[in-house]
Design a protein around this ligand. Sequence first.
Ligand code: GDP
Ligand code: IMO
Ligand code: MG
Length: 431
Amino acid sequence: MSTLVVVGTQWGDEGKGKIVDLLTEYAEVIVRFQGGNNAGHTLVVDGEQFIFHLIPSGILNDDKLCLIGNGVVIDPSIFIQELEGLASRGRPVTADRLRLSLNAHLIMPYHKALDLAREAAKAEGKKLGTTGRGIGPCYDDKIIRNGIKVADLLDSSLFREKLEDNVKEKNFYLTKLLNADPLDPENIYAEFQDYAERLAPFIDNVSILIDDALHSGKNVLFEGAQGTQLDIDHGTYPFVTSSNTVAGAACCGAGIGPSKINRVLGICKAYTTRVGGGPFPTELEDEVGDYLQEKGAEFGATTGRRRRCGWLDGVVLRDAVRINGLDGLAITKLDVLSGLDQINICAEYDISGTRHTCMPGNIREVESIKPIYRTLSGWNEDLSRMRSFDDLPEEARDYLKTIEDMAGTPIMLISVGPNREQTIFLKNPFE
Ligand code: GDP
Ligand code: IMO
Ligand code: MG
């Protein structure tokens, strides 16, 4: 038995979906452990594109069990939409292959209304640029102990009681403070009774299912969402998401102990992107940024927003290695860098004349970072058909070696295109 946690090392959208789909070959169980449908994980299989927001990216492999852990926040309408989407594409999924934790919290309609109204009420420059999916308000309720859990769907009187208490409070807040419309608890109750029926077969104790799998010698793959710099504790707060996105969250968010985690793989895009508000030290607001955005087709997989683009940030990468305890890296989208004369990597930060080797805690300091770059030669060759390290141009190999040196951890996989087969395997991260 072996376990592997896959996490994003930057601000999300590093290509986690593609790598998880690929590594599913070596695992029997695939688990999401945090976040919700703010995530958008893209898979391209036999030229066909799939985007998953909630269901683990292992679902296209027929004989695998996919689990959604207690740390995930669940919008039942999205869960059903994804199931229907898969069925309509000839890939129906039943409860023998997909389970939902009874301890996960539900994203309610008032969470989405609050998310949108709070963002609208914020001044320009202070907007977080959330996905508007109700993620923050749902985690809010979980932490202040007002949340409604998946298990509550199966107890209609408990569900109704919690719903009425919540709607009363939220309607006050929505109408009096945020100038938004109130919600009708009866409509929500009726809607969620339907969801309860649809979700019931999938509801289970995910912690026990993982424990059983480990006891019978199976490999388990944990699929992180977002990225290290979006982590509620370790990211560029407050411009972050509302969950812990780092590898440690796999334990709390799936219900397993730290001694059961064997390996952690960090997914690192060969450059950096960020979608939404917040500081981005290596952002390129010039033609090189436009080149990366266009060549990398950098549009959000969840909201369709244009992603901001910039150079790879070695400080962010080193932080990710430390915080997640990374055993190795998968470098994605290396193909996108072809065609640039020179490529920069940020080695350190200059903040008011002082050198820094890690992300500062003060957001004003983060906003004032001046990156100190190391400049490398670029290459023109198309990498998308290359399948071994030795095929890569010397400049690309130098770039990868520089990343490895800066990170102090080995590169295990190199991705040169969105398809499964566009991957150079250097080491199996499960081993
Ligand atoms: P995730 O949220 O980390 O799963 O990443 P997203 O799916 O949001 O964004 C990654 C995008 O890059 C998707 O459109 C992928 O299909 C695509 N992609 C993944 N790996 C590669 C790669 O190596 N090269 C190129 N050109 N595209 C890739
Ligand atoms: P994947 O898993 C990129 C960003 C949002 C916003 C901030 C807070 O596909 O990598 P939220 O809706 O979570 O309260 O928004 O976090 N964000 C992501 N950015 N990839 C994601 O997921 C993201 N999930 C949230 O854009 O800036
Ligand atoms: Mg994404």
